[in-house]
Design a protein around this ligand. Structure first.
Ligand SMILES: Cc1cc2nc3c(=O)[nH]c(=O)nc-3n(C[C@H](O)[C@H](O)[C@H](O)COP(=O)(O)OP(=O)(O)OC[C@H]3O[C@@H](n4cnc5c(N)ncnc54)[C@H](O)[C@@H]3O)c2cc1C
Length: 458
C-alpha cells in the first residue's frame, strides 16, 4: 500500500499496519462524501479504491443532485421503500447541497425538477469530478490517504467489532485498523452471478451501465461478518437502450439511455402488445423489458415525442435519440405511416405495430387504456413514426446491506454490527420499483456515516 501518502496516520511499517479514525472502501459519491466530510472535521481517513481512479459511477453521472420534494411525496411514489431511510434522505437533502457548495465546486441553485420524474422534486447540478477531487484533497491535507488500485480482502473483527480491513495492492497486504469501516463499493451490478441470484434468471445477461468495479464486494464483505440484507433484493435502476449496440462505453451512457423517450412512447412485446404503463418510470420500463421472454421490446413513438425528448430536461441534453441510435447500428425504423412500420420491423421478429398505435390512440380517447397511462397521455399522430428495438441496461442495484438511518449496518436480527457502516448503493432498501435520486441518497448517507466517526471522536 502507498505508505508514503500516509503522513500523520499512525503506521507500523514493519507489520504492514496502518491506523486511522475511518476506513472507507470505495471512492465514489458515498465514499468520497464520507471521507471528505470526516477529514474536514479533523478525522484521519484512509480511502481504498479498487479502480485506477477515484469517482466511481458518480463521475460518469449527469451530476443531478435531486430527490423528492418532501417525505409524503417520496412515500406516495415509493411505498415499498424503507420509510426511515426515505425520511433521512429528504431531511438530509439540503445539507448535502450545502456541504457540496462549501467545498467550492460549481453547483446550481435548487430548482423544482418535477418534469423529469413526474412528481414534486428538487434538483441541483454540480461538478462531480471537481467535488470528489476536493474531498480527496481534504483527506490528504488532514493526514490521511486515498489509495487507488487497491482492494479489500477481508474485514478485521476484534472483540465482536469490525476494526478495519486487510487491504491488498501491488505492494502486498496491509491491515488498516480503524474504529469505523464504511462499505461504499457501489453495488453488485457488475457481478452476473449475484445478479442472477438476487434479481432473477434473466438478469445475468443484462447490459451494464456503470463503473466496471462495483461487483458486490461491499455486500460480500458485510455478509461475511453477519450483515443482514434488505428486502426487495431484485430491485434495480436502469434504462432501456437501443439494440443491437456494437459498443457501449461510458461515453454512450447518457446519450443512448431512453429516459425521456420511453415514458412518452408505447412499449410493445414481439406480438405488438403493450405490457406496462410506460409513463410511470423509465427505470420500471427497463425492469419490465428484462422480464419479457425475448428480453427486448419495441419503443414506438411519433415525431412529437421525439422532439419533446430532444428538447427536454431543461436543456441538460439536446439529443435526437432515434438518430443517435441508428448511428450506432441499432434497429430504428422511420416511416410516414404506421402501416409501413410493420414491414420494417418484421425481420426483427416484431409485428402488430400499426394496430397497436391505432388501438392506443382509440383507447386513450375513450379512456379505456389497458395497461393504463398516468402521464404523457398524447396520441401518437405526428409523422414520421418511429420504432426502435430496445434492451435493458442496469446502472445500479437497489437491494443491498441492511442499514439504519445512521448508516450503521444491521445484522439479520436488526442489531447494529459495531464499527461497520454502509452508504450509497451498497446500502439497500431505500427504493423499490421507484427512484428519487442516486447522488443525493449516496451523499446524504455518506454524511451520516461520517457523523458516526465524528461523534465517537468528540
Ligand atoms: C451514466 C450515469 C448517469 C447517472 N446520472 C445520475 C444523475 O444525474 N443523478 C443521480 O442522482 N444519479 C445518477 N447516477 C447514479 C449515481 O452515479 C450513483 O447512484 C452514485 O454514484 C452511487 O454512489 P456510490 O458511492 O454508491 O457508488 P459509486 O459512485 O459508483 O462508487 C463506488 C466506488 O467503489 C469502488 N469499488 C468497488 N469495489 C471496491 C472494492 N472492493 N474496494 C474498493 N473500491 C471498490 C468503485 O470502483 C467505485 O469507485 C448515474 C449513474 C450513471 C452510471
Amino acid at each position: 500500500m502507498a505508505r508514503g501518502l500516509v503522513v500523520s496516520v499512525a503506521a507500523d511499517e514493519g507489520q504492514g499496519v496502518l491506523e486511522a479514525d475511518f476506513l472507507v472502501v470505495g471512492a465514489g459519491m458515498a465514499g468520497m462524501t464520507a471521507a471528505g466530510f470526516a477529514a474536514h472535521h479533523g478525522a484521519s481517513v484512509v480511502v481504498v479504491e479498487k479502480g485506477p481512479k477515484i469517482g466511481g459511477s458518480a463521475v460518469l453521472s449527469g451530476g443531478g443532485l435531486w430527490t423528492a420534494a418532501d417525505v409524503e411525496t417520496l412515500r406516495s411514489v415509493n411505498p415499498q421503500g424503507d420509510p426511515e431511510l426515505g425520511r433521512v434522505l429528504i431531511e438530509g437533502y439540503e445539507a448535502i447541497g450545502e456541504w457540496i457548495e462549501s467545498t467550492g465546486v460549481a453547483i446550481s441553485e435548487r430548482r423544482p425538477s418535477d418534469v423529469i420524474q413526474g412528481f414534486a422534486s428538487w434538483g441541483r447540478s454540480f461538478d462531480v469530478l471537481g467535488y470528489v477531487q476536493r474531498c480527496s484533497r481534504m483527506v490528504i491535507d488532514a493526514g490521511g490517504a486515498v489509495v487507488t488500485g487497491a482492494t479489500v480482502q477481508q474485514l478485521i473483527v476484534e472483540n465482536g467489532q469490525v476494526a478495519g480491513a486487510v487491504v491488498v495492492d501491488r505492494d502486498g497486504e496491509t491491515s488498516v485498523k480503524a474504529p469505523f469501516t464504511l462499505l461504499s463499493s457501489g453495488g453488485f451490478q457488475n457481478d452476473p452471478v449475484l445478479r442472477k441470484k438476487y434479481i432473477g434468471e434473466h438478469a445475468d445477461s443484462l447490459l451494464v451501465r456503470s463503473n466496471p468495479n462495483s461487483a458486490g464486494d461491499g455486500l460480500r464483505l458485510g455478509m461475511s461478518v453477519g450483515a443482514g440484507i434488505s428486502p426487495h433484493m431484485d430491485g434495480w435502476y436502469g434504462h432501456t437502450v437501443p439494440y443491437p449496440l456494437q459498443r457501449f462505453t461510458p461515453a454512450d451512457y447518457l446519450r443512448l439511455a431512453q429516459f425521456g423517450l420511453s415514458p412518452r412512447s408505447i412499449l410493445l412485446d414481439r406480438a405488438g402488445n403493450r405490457f406496462i404503463d410506460e409513463s410511470v418510470g423509465y427505470y420500471i420500463n427497463a425492469q419490465m423489458v428484462s422480464r419479457l421472454p425475448a428480453g427486448h421490446a419495441l419503443l414506438v413513438f411519433d415525431d412529437t415525442a421525439r422532439a419533446e425528448d430532444a428538447s427536454g430536461f431543461g436543456a441538460a441534453e439536446q439529443i435526437d435519440r432515434p438518430r443517435e441510435a441508428a448511428r450506432e447500428g441499432a434497429r430504428v425504423a422511420e416511416a410516414d405511416h404506421p402501416g409501413e412500420l410493420d414491414a420494417m420491423v418484421k425481420p426483427w421478429g416484431f409485428s402488430g405495430v400499426a394496430t397497436a398505435i391505432e388501438q392506443f390512440n382509440r383507447d386513450l380517447a375513450n379512456d379505456t387504456l389497458s395497461p393504463p397511462r398516468k402521464r404523457n397521455r398524447c396520441p401518437l399522430r405526428k409523422a414520421p413514426f418511429f420504432a426502435m428495438e430496445v434492451q435493458p441496461a442496469i446502472t445500479f442495484t437497489m437491494g443491498g446491506l441492511r442499514i439504519d438511518g445512521h448508516a450503521r449496518v444491521l445484522d439479520e436480527r436488526g442489531q447494529i454490527i459495531p464499527g461497520l457502516l454502509a452508504a450509497g448503493v451498497d446500502a439497500g432498501g431505500i427504493y423499490y420499483m421507484a427512484y428519487a435520486g442516486g447522488l443525493a441518497y449516496s451523499g446524504v448517507f455518506g454524511m451520516q456515516a461520517a457523523e458516526n466517526v465524528l461523534s465517537a471522536r468528540s
